[in-house]
Design a protein around this ligand. Structure first.
Ligand SMILES: Cc1cc2nc3c(=O)[nH]c(=O)nc-3n(C[C@H](O)[C@H](O)[C@H](O)COP(=O)(O)O)c2cc1C
Ligand SMILES: O=C(O)C(=O)c1ccccc1
Length: 383
């Protein structure tokens, strides 16, 4: 089945009086989520660092680039399949690690993982998830694990061990959020979900972490939270420390949050398999470069040494075309699927992902491309 079939499905259902259950516009889904959610959770997801300059720059960098379509080319069935780290996936898309998803829907990461699994798309489970690694693995789709890297090696190794045992085959190490940035919306609502225990399902269920607590989690949740927060938050790790992860993880390792060419090259030198060119959706450094602007130079510099993934600002199928044309092998989808989750749990996430991939498929064909591999900067206007 082609991803673009979702377009027919929606039109045909409309003919028999069943309009799509949720909007096909991400902006509209976000508007609905804003109406439904309390301001704290809504702004936690929607908001970003400082004045929002980098969040806007992320979008501006997409809007500034334009696809130049080619005509009269044979584009029968587009193949959106992609190989990442030796595995084949149906589309160049994974669901970005997003913590504390139960603040928008009680099923949280379970719903997200089930939706992704039903489409064969990888989900990247955050260390700050509201469900455990073991629970989310039951969705039984392709799964990657995102590490917020504790400053306690015993706990780190326990998390890696649990991830590997539960079938998470790719490790994504997020480097840009070793402490939370200045986020005015969250500060003004005094809203930090994990300080209430939300988003701590993974550490609180970790046997090695639990064994370090003076009193059981069940008896003193606050003390457990206060022990976890400084363990992963407050200071960065350094390049030399990557050896610990490389020595204790058999599968591919991807560094997330890379924006500088030299850091990407250093990741390759450290034996990493990939990078996610990302600025965390503008949630960390206000005034940082747009992630899409960082992408071309990184992709050119690393060549075949690393698999280059991209996130921060993907909202439409044509955004994916642009990111791939500028050198990404695949992209991570962030906030849009959270708006789907808020609207309709698993169904809502599936709707958003199917819509995005239908739009990617149609855009690719209309632009005259049948294979993702044929996309290069010549698909876009000169900057
Ligand atoms: C509410 C929220 C929570 C997030 N939590 C995590 C996380 O736990 N781990 C992580 O690596 N990135 C996290 N991110 C960043 C995303 O993985 C991704 O980089 C970002 O959402 C991309 O930007 P976009 O949503 O604007 O496209 C989070 C983003 C949001 C919006
Ligand atoms: O809010 C975030 O961007 C994020 O990455 C995070 C960090 C800690 C806990 C939950 C989410």
């Amino acid at each position: 089945m082609a991803f673009s079939d979702y377009q027919y499905e929606i039109y045909l259902n409309g003919l028999v009086g069943t309009p799509p259950p949720y909007s096909t516009s991400v902006a509209e889904l976000e508007r609905v989520a804003r109406e439904r959610l309390d301001p704290g959770p809504y702004w936690y997801v929607a908001g970003s660092a400082g004045t929002g300059a980098t969040e806007r720059a992320n979008r501006e960098a997409f809007d500034r680039r334009r696809i130049v379509p080619r005509m009269l080319r044979d584009v029968p069935v587009r193949d959106l399949g992609v190989e990442l780290f030796g595995r084949t996936y149906p589309a160049p898309l994974a669901l970005a690690p997003i913590g504390v998803q139960s603040i928008v829907h009680p099923d949280g990461e379970l719903a997200t993982a089930r939706a992704a699994a039903s489409l064969g798309i990888p989900t990247v489970l955050s260390t700050a998830a509201s469900h455990t690694l073991e629970e989310v693995a039951e969705a039984d789709g392709p799964r990657w694990y995102q590490l917020y890297w504790p400053h306690d090696d015993d706990v780190t190794l326990s998390l890696l061990d649990r991830a590997a045992k539960n079938g998470y085959d790719t490790l994504v190490v997020t480097l840009d959020t070793w402490t939370l940035a200045w986020r005015p919306h969250d500060l003004d609502h005094a809203y930090l979900p994990f300080l209430r225990g939300t988003g701590l399902a993974i550490p609180l269920s970790d046997p090695v972490f639990r064994a370090k607590l003076a009193r059981p989690v069940e008896e003193d949740l606050d003390a457990a939270i206060m022990q976890w927060v400084p363990m992963f938050n407050g200071r960065p790790h350094t390049w030399d420390r990557l050896a610990l992860l490389r020595d204790n993880w058999d599968g591919p390792i991807v560094l997330k949050g890379i924006q500088h060419v030299d850091d990407a090259l250093r990741a390759a030198d450290a034996g990493m398999d990939g990078v996610v060119v990302s600025n965390h959706g503008g949630r960390q450094i206000d005034g940082a470069t747009a992630s899409l602007d960082a992408l071309p130079a990184i992709a050119a510099a690393v060549g075949d040494r690393l698999t280059v993934l991209f996130d921060s600002g993907i909202r439409t199928g044509s955004d994916i075309v642009k990111a791939l044309a500028l050198g990404a092998r695949a992209v991570l989808l962030g906030r849009p699927y959270v708006w789907g989750l808020a609207a309709g749990g698993e169904e809502g996430v599936r709707h958003v992902v199917r819509g995005l991939l239908a739009e990617l498929d149609l855009t690719l064909g209309l632009a005259g491309y049948s294979r993702l591999a044929d996309l290069d900067p010549s698909a876009l206007e000169e900057p």
